[in-house]
Design a protein around this ligand. Structure first.
Ligand code: MRU
Length: 371
């Protein structure tokens, strides 16, 4: 993804010091573009919890690099002491955000890799190797999701005789939520790059406005036409034939096809179902929950601080300001995610291809996960 013409990933090692992990501070985008250094596990945990980095794929990649930082900083008195410290760092990172399954997946993957090794230096090397592999894989899988998903847009474009294809998306399942390309946005970028006219309806996505702030920013950087809409507009647009396709991302999807995603996704799926609009969800295999059958009742739903509902950030006279938008003293509840049942999902776009949101569909693409 290019920012002001320069290619960036969302996380990387500092060029002249590979002990430092660098991220883009997403909590201040699009108002400021700043790069931060991470050198301790506490800093990494804070970056995930306070959403300086966010989005399932990037949370996973950050956890991978966090485990590498933990390995660099762990005491080396003995292999056992080193491993105890690494496991404690893994628990600290896993406790930051509960819904995005990529977080636990990345921590467990790193621990499984290093636990098989005796030498501490080799363990540190392996932690770095694993973090790099997680990040590279994430970017590669998102690119492939784009290659598979673009066929859906291409087909609609042909049916519409080349008129712009209107895609609605929720929250930010874009480049910023992964290491590169994004999931929901990957087919959109691929279509745009192929010269297929595409226009995106961007749900603002209260309370943190990841759509209005982040998706709008990155689509703009790539030159994709879009309009931001308030969260409750989608149903109206669908009733009037103004949405050809919905593509969202997900923070955790069960192997049976239930999709946990940013709060409000379920209502979009209901509206899409009522209006015969195809509703697709794009995800890499790292976002599947291979253990849970019933996503609606089995998915941990993050509750965040009420201040995110009560206050909003914006720019006034060139300064970033925070304003209260509720009566003084009002209370609020802030549920971060909801679960869309598989029956409302037209299909899943993965790095291995597109499948039905059913156990058979998912396990057909990932036969090695059959129990
Ligand atoms: O709370 P966030 O910003 O980390 O939530 C993640 C999201 O942006 C969406 O739920 C997205 O669609 C999931 S795709 C990583």
């Amino acid at each position: 993804m290019n920012v002001h013409g320069k290619h960036y990933r969302t996380i990387w090692l500092k060029e002249d010091d590979p002990r430092v992990v660098q991220i883009i501070d997403q909590s201040i985008l699009p108002f400021k573009f700043e790069i931060l250094d991470l050198t301790t596990v506490d800093q990494v945990a804070h970056a995930i919890k306070a959403m300086l980095v966010r989005g399932a794929g990037l949370i996973g990649a950050t956890a991978g690099y966090g485990m590498y930082i933990a390995a660099l900083n762990a005491p080396r008195d003995s292999r056992e002491v080193f491993l105890v410290s690494l496991r404690a760092a893994g628990e600290q990172l896993k406790a930051t955000r509960p819904t995005a399954i990529n977080l636990a997946w990345a921590v467990e993957r790193t621990l499984a890799a290093v636990e098989g090794v005796q030498d501490i230096e080799a363990m540190i090397d392996l932690a770095l190797h694993t973090a790099t592999a997680i990040a590279d894989e994430d970017a590669d899988y998102c690119r492939r999701i784009g290659e598979h998903g673009v066929s859906l847009i291409e087909e609609i474009s042909q049916r519409k005789g080349g008129k712009p294809v209107n895609v609605l998306t929720h929250c930010n399942a874009g480049w910023l939520a992964f290491v590169d390309y994004g999931t929901a946005t990957a087919p959109i970028y691929a279509a745009h790059d192929k010269g297929i006219p595409v226009h995106v309806w961007v749900d603002e996505t209260r309370p943190r406005n990841q759509g209005a702030r982040l998706t709008a920013w990155e689509l703009g950087q790539h030159g994709v036409p879009f309009d931001i809409i308030a969260d409750n507009v989608g149903g109206h647009l669908m009733q009037h034939g103004l949405v050809d396709l919905v593509i969202t991302g997900t923070d955790r999807t069960t192997y049976t096809g239930d999709v946990a995603n940013k709060i409000g996704t379920y209502l979009k799926a209901l509206a899409a179902n009522d209006n015969g609009v195809p509703f697709y969800v794009a995800l890499p295999s790292s976002t599947f929950d291979w253990e849970t059958r019933d996503g609606v009742h089995g998915t941990p739903i993050e509750e965040r601080d009420a201040t995110e509902v009560i206050y909003m950030d914006g720019v006034h006279d060139g300064e970033v300001v925070t304003v209260r938008i509720t009566p003084e003293g009002a209370t609020a509840k802030n549920y971060g995610f909801d679960v869309t049942p598989a029956r409302l999902v037209t299909g899943l776009i993965t790095e291995r291809g597109i499948c039905a949101a059913t156990e058979e569909g998912v396990l057909g693409l990932y036969p090695e996960k059959r129990k």
